[in-house]
Design a protein around this ligand. Structure first.
Ligand code: COA
Length: 250
């Protein structure tokens, strides 16, 4: 077991569970093992009354470069996809407690779409959100094809998810993907303070409020599964394999 994802309960921020990407040498690319660890953390959070809010953070200059390309290539070469990604996405989308996130720098693929399941995301001005799914011969995931058009409208969702155009922090704020732009050096503190403030609120009222605001998650879970079928098929395509090999060779 690696420490590429750290799960902590920071003492200075009571009631907060912190899930931190800790693989900066690979731009916090997420492996199957890392998804597994995050799923376990989210599952624990739902049943532990001492955890009231979950916070996701990356490292300085990089939230995450998305799914690990080596794992993608392994599937394209005939390997199994495994359950880890899907289990994580389902746990994320069904979480009953609030989730916040803090981004500084790169946020690619699931490093962007994860925030569609967060309730408040803060980001530094130098952050860039990008989902090159189609460029990799893949399709949108994490129910982003459903949630993104709802929050930012068809045109901006298409530009992000299909055209692969980057969203700078100010654009992400205008599009409703994030809720605040903060100084790069204060991303961590602002994210954790935000989480700790939420953690002091009456938990049942907060849970109900969140459910009302998020709405029924059945359609979100169904879209995650629908996208995953296309994603799995595309991962095995010759065009995807060529794209992953090109990344490895670059
Ligand atoms: N999976 C696996 N490894 C990754 C990765 C990913 N998604 N993203 C970056 N890395 C690795 C690189 O291979 C490199 O490893 P190395 O030093 O052993 O060669 C290291 O992280 C640093 O990345 P590098 O590309 O040298 O940094 P950069 O600053 O020039 O570019 C990115 C950073 C994120 C823009 C570029 O790495 C990239 O485009 N990554 C792929 C992102 C992606 O398409 N993700 C999938 C979305 S669905």
């Amino acid at each position: 077991m690696t420490d590429h994802v750290l799960v902590e309960r920071p003492e200075a921020y009571p009631g907060v569970q912190l899930i931190r990407f800790n693989r900066p040498e690979k731009k916090n690319a997420i492996t199957r093992e890392m998804y597994g660890k995050m799923t376990t953390a989210l599952t624990v959070a739902q049943s532990d009354p001492a955890i009231r809010v979950t916070a996701f953070l990356g490292s300085e200059g990089c939230f995450s470069a998305g799914n690990d390309m080596t794992d993608f290539l392994a599937v394209a070469m005939g390997g199994s996809m495994g359950r880890e990604v899907l289990d994580f996405l389902r746990a994320l989308a069904s979480a009953a407690k609030p989730i916040v996130s803090g981004v500084d720098g790169l946020a690619i693929g699931i490093g962007t779409t994860i925030h569609l399941h967060c309730d408040m995301t803060v980001a530094s001005a130098r952050s860039v959100f990008r989902t090159p799914f189609v460029d990799l011969a893949l399709v949108p995931e994490a129910a982003s094809s459903l949630i993104a058009p709802r929050i930012m409208g068809h045109q901006r969702a298409f530009a992000l998810l299909a055209a692969g155009e980057p969203l700078e922090a100010a654009e992400a704020l205008a599009a409703g993907l994030i809720c605040k732009i903060v100084e790069a050096e204060s991303v961590e503190e602002r994210t954790l303070s935000l989480a700790a403030r939420l953690a002091t609120k009456p938990p049942e009222a907060l849970r109900i409020a969140r459910n009302l605001i998020r709405g029924d998650r059945k359609d979100v879970l169904a879209r995650i599964d629908e996208e995953a079928e296309h994603f799995a098929a595309q991962l095995k395509s010759a065009e995807a394999r060529a794209a992953f090999e090109a990344f490895m060779r670059r």
